[in-house]
Ligand binder design. Structure first.
Ligand SMILES: Cc1cc2nc3c(=O)[nH]c(=O)nc-3n(C[C@H](O)[C@H](O)[C@H](O)COP(=O)(O)OP(=O)(O)OC[C@H]3O[C@@H](n4cnc5c(N)ncnc54)[C@H](O)[C@@H]3O)c2cc1C
Length: 353
C-alpha cells in the first residue's frame, strides 16, 4: 500500500494524491479489499484504466483500488456462438484485438477504446454503431450494499445510451467478470455507422471482414485523437467529454427552431430517433455552432482537442479546476445559444459537476 499521484493513473494526467493505493490482481483479494474498506467506512475508489474519470486536484482521501485482475475463458455455446468470460482488469483493446484475430464478430467496431473490460458495462461503451450491450450476456459483480456476489444478465444491467445500472448507482457495484457472446463468423456485424461504411467502401447494412473493420475504426479514431498515443497531445483526454443530448421530440423541434434563428435556416441539427418520441442530437455540432472551435482554450493548459470538438485535453500544465471551468464555459455557451443542457460523460471523483 502506498500514497500515489492520481494524475499518473488517469489518461487526462490530472488528479491530486490518493491517501492509499492498492493494485489487486485476483478476485478474492478485490472482494476482500472492498469489504474491508466498507466495514471500516473508509472511502474507496475503484480505478482501472483511468480513461473515464475526472479526479479533483485535491485528490481522493481514501483507498484507491486498481483493478488488475487477469484471465479469460472461452466456451463454445450450443447455438454456435463463442462465450468469453473475461476478468475485469483485462485491457479492453487487447481483448478486442484477440477476438478479431480469432475471427470473432461483435466487438470489432469497439476497437481502440482505452481502459479495462470491467469498465465497459459501466457506461455501456459504444462507438461506430456498436455497444457492449449488444453482445454482453453476464456481469459477475459484488453488490457493496449487501456484500453479496451476483450474476446480472443483460436485462438486469438496464443498459441505455452511455448508461447502465452500474452508472446510475455509482459506487454500489464492483464488476469482477464480464461475459460476452460473439459470432465466429469472420465477417462483421452489419455496419450501422455511415462514416465507417464509407471508409470501408461498403453500404450501410453490409458486412466486412472483422480485421478490415478494426483497421478502419482505428484509422478513423486516430484521425480524431481517439486512440491513446504518447506522441499525440490530443489524446491526453477522457474521450468525449459530453454525451450526445437526448431530447423529447417537441423539445427537439423547439431547439431546431432556435438553431435556425441563431445560425440560419440551413442549420438543421443532426437528429437520430432513439425511442418513441425522443431524439438524440450531436454534442459536437452544438459546441461548434455555439462558437467553440477546435484548439480553443489554453495551449499550455486545458484546451479543446485540435482534432475533435468533443474532447477536452490537458496540453501539459492543466489542472482539474481549469478543465471544469472550460467544460462549464462550453456548457453555458451551448445552453445560452440553444437552450440545451450538456451532460459530462466521465465520472467525477472528489468533486461534482
Ligand atoms: C482517447 C479516449 C477515447 C475514448 N473513446 C470512447 C468511446 O469511443 N466510447 C466509449 O464509450 N468510451 C470511450 N472512452 C471512455 C473510456 O475509455 C471508457 O469509458 C472505458 O470503458 C473506461 O475504462 P477504464 O478502465 O479506463 O475505467 P476508469 O476510468 O478506470 O473508471 C471509470 C469508472 O468505472 C468505475 N470502474 C472501473 N472499473 C470498475 C470495476 N471493475 N467495477 C466497478 N466499477 C469500475 C470507476 O470507479 C469509474 O467510476 C474513451 C476515453 C479516451 C481517453
Amino acid at each position: 500500500m502506498s500514497a500515489a499521484a492520481l494524475s499518473e493513473l488517469t489518461t487526462l494526467r490530472l488528479g491530486g494524491p490518493a491517501a492509499r493505493l492498492v493494485t489487486i490482481d485476483d478476485d478474492e483479494a478485490l472482494v476482500d479489499a472492498v469489504r474491508t474498506a466498507d466495514d471500516a467506512d473508509e472511502p474507496l475508489l475503484l480505478l482501472a484504466g483511468g480513461s473515464n474519470v475526472v479526479v479533483a486536484d485535491a485528490g481522493f482521501d481514501g483507498t484507491v483500488a486498481r483493478v488488475a485482475t487477469r484471465g479469460a475463458q472461452t466456451i463454445r455455446m450450443a447455438d454456435g456462438r463463442v462465450r468469453l468470460n473475461v476478468a475485469a482488469g483485462e485491457d479492453w483493446d487487447a481483448f478486442v484485438a484477440a477476438c478479431v484475430a480469432d475471427g470473432l464478430a461483435g466487438v470489432e467496431a469497439l476497437s481502440g477504446i482505452p481502459g479495462s473490460v470491467g469498465a465497459t458495462p459501466i457506461q455501456n461503451v459504444g462507438a461506430y454503431g456498436q455497444e457492449v450491450a449488444d453482445v454482453l450476456i453476464n456481469v459477475r459483480a459484488l453488490d457493496r450494499s449487501t456484500g453479496e456476489l451476483h450474476d446480472l444478465d443483460a436485462e438486469a444491467c438496464l443498459f441505455d445510451y452511455r448508461s447502465s445500472v452500474f452508472k446510475r448507482d455509482p459506487g454500489r457495484w464492483v464488476v469482477l467478470n464480464v461475459s460476452l457472446a460473439l459470432e465466429p463468423a469472420g465477417v462483421s456485424e452489419p455496419i450501422r455507422y455511415a462514416e465507417l461504411a464509407a471508409r470501408l467502401g461498403i453500404d450501410v447494412g453490409a458486412r466486412a471482414p472483422v480485421g478490415e473493420v478494426r483497421d478502419a475504426v482505428l484509422a478513423l479514431r486516430r484521425g480524431k485523437g481517439m486512440v491513446l498515443d504518447p506522441a499525440d497531445p490530443d489524446t491526453v483526454s477522457a474521450g468525449s467529454f459530453f454525451t450526445n443530448p437526448i431530447l423529447r421530440a417537441r423539445d427537439f423541434d423547439a431547439f431546431a427552431q432556435r438553431a435556425a434563428e441563431h445560425i440560419g435556416t440551413d442549420a438543421r441539427p443532426p437528429a437520430w430517433p432513439v425511442e418513441p418520441r425522443a431524439v438524440k442530437t450531436s454534442a459536437a455540432w452544438l459546441i461548434e455552432r455555439a462558437g467553440f472551435r477546435r484548439g480553443y482554450g489554453n495551449p499550455a493548459g486545458i484546451a479543446i482537442s485540435s482534432k475533435h470538438t468533443l474532447a477536452l485535453t490537458n496540453r501539459g500544465g492543466g489542472t482539474t479546476a481549469e478543465l471544469v471551468a472550460l467544460a462549464r464555459e462550453i456548457a453555458a455557451g451551448v445552453h445560452h445559444a440553444f437552450g440545451v443542457a450538456l451532460v459530462p460523460e466521465p465520472v467525477f471523483v472528489g468533486h461534482s459537476w
